[in-house]
Design a protein. Sequence first.
Length: 515
Amino acid sequence: MPRRRPPNTRSSVPIIARAEGFGDGIALETPGRVYAFTHLIRAADAVSGSLLAQADDLSEEPIPFLVAPGFEYVAAQWGIWNAGGIAVPLPTSHPPAELDYVLGDAGARVAITDSHYRERLQPLCQRRELRLLDISVLRDGSARRTVFPAEGRAALMLYTSGTTARPKGVVLTHDNLKAQVETLLQAWEWSQDDRALLVLPLHHVHGIVNVLSCALWSGARCVVRLPFDAGATWNALSTERITVFMAVPTIYRRLIETWNAADEDQRAEWSAAARGLRLMVSGSAALPVSVLEQWKHITGHTLLERYGMTEIGMALSNSLHGERRAGHVGRPLPGVEVRVVDDRGADVAEGTAGELLVRGPAVFREYWRRPEATRDAFRDGWFATGDVVQVHDGMFRIVGRRSVDIIKTGGYKVSALEIEEVLRTHPAVAECAVVGVDDDEWGQRVCLAYEPRGNERPDGDAIRTWGRDRLAAYKLPREVLPVTRLPRNAMGKVMKPDVVKLFDRARVADRTGDP
């Protein structure tokens, strides 16, 4: 029979135990409100008390929650952890069908929401006969915690973006989260004096671990400004004494566009404020060199690029103080072991492209209820990332995904990311995606979908003529499709399988004459 723990004892959850040491220090700031660590802990104890009304320990039961980012989010997450459950954050931007998939796949019996999202979640829970709890009611309950050894206990389940199949639940333990946070605190020198600006969604490791959890673990202040708005972000950078900022390339591109549209005085104010930050990071997607250079011109910062995945947290990072090489994601982080192997699993020489394998305490435990997929993801204890890299002077460069960004055409292997980097410099291309589309003659055709800049929409012949001086002939796109907006996930990453479907539909339309 699980033991009961009084609410005033130290939490067995590592991040909450850390938070208890910061007392009345400010943990979160939202528009018009600040919250101390003690506020978060009391709210979490009340949430866990409500969850444990009919149990002594949730025993790794998954608890999906859909609440506003900020205080309620942390109260729900920590409350689930204190009750011994697995926190399953639901994306606030996802439609009901995708939320319903997670509820079903997780096998949830209980979900948590708030007044903002109740109408979206309630019909799904009613249909599945799930108990739906309101975070405001939970926070009024009596405080209680269960007791369990945190070692090996599942803590967080995040769903992959589903780029190759239906999304899978990635199960991270408290040990995994502790390892992921501590390696970033060491590498990026987080301290209690930091003030981190959070503009990233809280259902990916980028926002949850790299920003929110690192800030709370180190006793820093996390300034929440969600959903992202470019003007509001610039203003926060100017007025909130921010020291750490992390974003995806799409966000940096929008910030650049907003800066370009501002008047001269506003530009000067924003640029001066941004120069005062100690760290600016880009991740979750490849950073175009053009964006890196424009951001450096505006702010004086060379963005720190890093590499990670839902399954492993962060594995590679450029140096905080040393060289940051454009187009590279740095070296292995503390505590992370890596290998680069060929198709047979043999280590390759430096400079030769190969798949990145990762091992260490940050690597996830399992895919939820998918033992076969879990087994297939590992090779002799090493997690196979599916990403192809090259190493030059110890610095790693992502060449692409084995299944998506490496295109085999006419006997050549070409990198979609390399072609994209070149095509983004075309004056009429604002953003682009290069994919391989199956072809009987070539194996795969190199195809380009792009978002136009301005009114000009160059066709395939014009793009190829422009590109002949910049790319080998076999890398030039054989099909070109201008689109209003490329398909993206919540983190701004282009969904390559959906881009392929654009070309499939275009071919069908050409054959049938349909628009």
